[in-house]
Design a protein around this ligand. Structure first.
Ligand code: MN
Length: 439
């Protein structure tokens, strides 16, 4: 990884934007994530914004009035209706631009930009958020060995993990057209299912599930035929967001052999709107997952000493659910699970490098999702299939309802944040979706 700790990570730094100093905000001055927004109810063009406290900085508009000569590339990249041009910048440009943003928000009597910046802040509550990028390609990995082992053991109790798992970062090509931003309602899909006895049927999925995942956005990509070496992978990752890879388990079980997931997955995938940059995440990098004794080392093209030392990410993730009945009864969403991204068997760099290792070209704005983030404990299982063990162990909700899979009206909420002594807590915000009845 190229990014280093610097003064933008100083936990003592405060912003003159008061809400950014609140201990529980996801968006202090140490974070500065990017998104695409416009004023709610307006017909303005969607444009680049930076989240700070409970506000959004209209960054492109500001720099059109107050340009900084050294930041011309980044400033012009902010005049877009997607983050793709920013993502296409070099790691050096991205890091320098973060420092300029930090300076604009830094609480100091020497900050002469304050008044002008304040005129370019919009309350987040007044904004509508969009997908952060024009995502040309979406790939979904399967990087949690705990998730793979749990799911495998349901189908193959004696042999849960397939022989390729510890060698290959397993993935499949998802569908980009049905990626939606947090808050978009999710229509329960219809599809073909079979219980193995009666003839197959077509109808609403009865086993609708969520998958708690982390998505990474590709920054500069690679030319077709030119793999990205593992030691350089960090320069090609822009940042991360929360991903809900909604999954229809009954459709999946019938269709997935021999070519893998298809209509069970591609009806919708939700993304949180704010992209937290790799620079902001620097303090929370940790060692790669310690492989248990007896596991093979990654093959040389996936093994890099720096990646082994700092390729992991200490990121807390949680899943909450609120049924429509809970909403009616004013019962707060209940937490279903908590997991940590440091439990993933493969690092972000290994996934990205593996993806390009055959010469496949990635583009700025491509989305690579991690796969379900589950840990060792039952409380850290990142989907209902695991939590309720194929429906055999239904979950109890606080109002007496039970869940094997999602019901119409259920809202699923993901949250993610990084927290570590000596550093400022930063968050990813939320990824939400509510299930609508099938057509
Ligand atoms: Mn998935």
């Amino acid at each position: 990884m190229s990014s280093k700790l610097d003064y933008t990570h100083d936990p003592k730094a405060r912003s003159w934007v008061e809400s950014a100093n609140s201990p529980d905000t996801d968006f202090p001055i140490q974070n500065l994530p990017y998104g695409i927004f416009r004023r709610r109810g307006s017909n303005e063009s969607p444009r680049v914004g930076v989240a700070i406290g409970d506000s959004i900085f209209d960054v492109g508009k500001y720099f059109r009035s107050y340009p900084i000569k050294a930041q011309a590339e980044a400033e012009s990249a902010c005049n877009a209706d997607s983050l793709n041009p920013l993502m296409a910048l070099s790691a050096q440009h991205r890091g320098d631009f973060r420092k300029s943003l930090h300076a604009l928000f830094f609480d100091s009597s020497k900050n002469e930009a304050m008044d002008a910046v304040a005129r370019h802040l919009i309350p987040q509550s007044d904004a509508e958020l969009f997908l952060p990028a024009r995502i040309g390609n979406y790939t979904d990995f399967y990087a949690s060995i705990f998730h793979a082992t749990n799911v495998g053991s349901m189908f193959r109790p004696d042999n849960p993990l397939l022989p390729n798992y510890k060698y290959v970062p397993i993935g499949y090509h998802g569908r980009a057209s049905s990626l939606v931003v947090s808050g978009t309602p999710i229509r329960r899909p219809n599809g073909q299912t079979s219980d193995g006895n009666a003839p197959p049927q077509f109808g609403p999925s009865k086993r609708l599930d969520y998958e708690l995942e982390l998505g990474m956005f590709v920054s500069p990509g690679n030319k077709l035929g030119e793999p990205i070496p593992i030691g350089d992978a960090g320069n090609h990752i822009f940042g991360v967001c929360l991903v809900n890879d909604w999954s229809a388990r009954d459709i999946q079980a019938w269709e997935y052999q021999p070519l893998g997931p298809f209509l069970a997955k591609n009806f919708a995938t939700s993304l949180s709107p704010w992209v937290v940059t790799m620079e902001a995440l620097t303090p929370f990098r940790t060692t790669a997952f310690p492989r248990p004794e007896g596991d093979p080392a990654p093959l040389p093209y996936l093994l890099d000493s720096a990646d082994q030392k700092t390729g992991g990410l200490d990121l807390h993730l949680e899943v909450l659910l609120q049924s429509s009945k809970m909403r009616d009864e004013n019962i707060a969403p209940v937490r279903l699970s908590e997991s940590n991204f440091s439990d993933m068997y493969w690092t972000l760099a290994q996934m990205l490098t593996h993806h390009t290792s055959n010469g496949c070209n990635l583009l700025p704005g491509d989305l690579l999702a991690s796969g379900t983030v589950s840990g060792k404990e039952k409380s850290s299982r990142g989907c209902l299939l695991e939590l309720a063990w194929r429906g055999q162990e239904p979950l109890q909700l606080p109002n007496g309802e039970t869940r094997k899979f999602l019901e119409d009206g259920d809202e699923v909420i993901f949250r993610g944040y990084c927290e570590k002594p000596g550093f400022r807590r930063i968050g990813l915000g939320e990824c939400r979706g509510t299930i609508l009845p099938a057509l």
